[in-house]
Design a protein around this ligand. Structure first.
Ligand code: NAD
Length: 295
């Protein structure tokens, strides 16, 4: 049914997500400090408010889509006093598992329901309403969140208790980073062995080394015409965003005492590559593999 939803953070992701909630018949009250984001949201039928607290007054659901955990924490501190008891808080930002658990406690202490619900699918998925939501939280909170997420979602997966959504996302993206580097290394090795890009693609996509990093995000032009490599590495999934997610993976490895040399190496390689290439698709890491191979 239609609800009053506060949407905090109307950026590249939040803007189109809020627009899909409006289209589904909800009353969406938004806040973002950036004027361009306010204007785009207004165009999409969002009622833009003067402050986050004002957006939250009278809302039965509060969704945050913010850049980082520090901003989610400060935003919760700011708006919790304005929310009615039992309001459902959904945080779809990508933040650390530890921050997710801390903001959950903050919300529950104030008498609210709360889930972490990070997404994959990018701006394309946000616009099309086909995001994959990975949700962490108690059954009651998940049951309340699922129908709210539906107009923005292709898939909603209940991953477990608080923080499980962020845990799923950080694990997936750590694997993805390792895969994208590994297939880049294989293409560079193949080039030096005289094996064609097309042959490597055709063999590996039908064999045990296959992955999304190859069959969809192929880092050389040709074999997969829709991959960013065919378009100057225009993202796609920008290196800067992958680098942010790998920082969260490193934090999770450290806080759990997990030794993961490949994940750690991927984080170090992307951190260096992001210095000058943050706006390129993360498959462009193959160019640094080629350059550092020496000849
Ligand atoms: P963005 O920078 O485009 O949007 C964030 C918005 O938050 C900005 O418009 C900013 O002005 C606003 N903001 C900052 N402080 C605020 C405050 N106190 N109150 C309200 N709004 C505030 O970033 P994005 O690409 O939309 O990403 C948002 C989140 O989604 C991030 O955590 C990101 O890691 C995650 N994410 C992004 C993608 C992607 O492809 N862009 C994919 C999956 C997940």
């Amino acid at each position: 049914g239609s609800q009053a939803i506060a949407f905090l953070g109307l950026g590249n992701m939040g803007g189109p997500m809020a627009a899909n909630l409006v289209k589904a018949g909800n009353e969406v009250r938004g806040f973002d400090p950036v004027e361009a984001a306010q204007e785009a949201a207004q165009q999409a039928g969002v009622t833009v408010c003067e402050s986050a607290a004002q957006a939250v007054e009278g809302a039965s659901v509060v969704i945050t889509m913010l850049p980082n955990g520090a901003l989610v924490t400060s935003t919760y501190s700011e708006v919790l006093p304005s929310a009615g008891k039992g309001t459902l808080f959904i945080d779809s930002s990508t933040i650390s598992v530890d921050d997710a658990r801390a903001v959950h406690a903050q919300a529950v202490d104030a008498g609210m329901l709360q889930v972490d619900a990070p997404v994959s699918g990018g701006v394309k998925g946000a616009t099309a309403g086909t995001l994959a939501f990975m949700v962490g939280g108690e059954d009651e909170a998940f049951a309340a969140a699922e129908p709210v997420l539906e107009p923005m979602a292709g898939k909603v997966i209940h991953c477990g208790g608080t923080g499980a959504g962020q845990a799923a996302k950080v694990c997936n993206n750590m694997v993805l980073a390792v895969h994208q580097i590994a297939i880049g290394e294989a293409f560079v090795l193949a080039e030096r062995l005289g094996l064609s890009h097309q042959a490597l693609h055709d063999v590996v996509t039908g064999a045990t080394g296959n992955s999304w990093a190859l069959h969809t995000n192929c880092p050389v032009p040709g074999p997969v015409p829709t991959s960013p490599a065919n378009n100057d590495f225009t993202p796609g999934f920008a290196t800067a965003l992958m680098n942010k997610d790998l920082g969260l993976a490193l934090a999770a490895l450290e806080s759990t005492g997990t030794v993961a040399p490949l994940g750690a190496a991927a984080a170090a390689l992307y951190d260096e590559f992001a210095q000058d290439n943050g706006d390129k698709d993360f498959s462009a890491i193959i160019t640094s593999i080629r350059a550092s191979a020496g000849n």
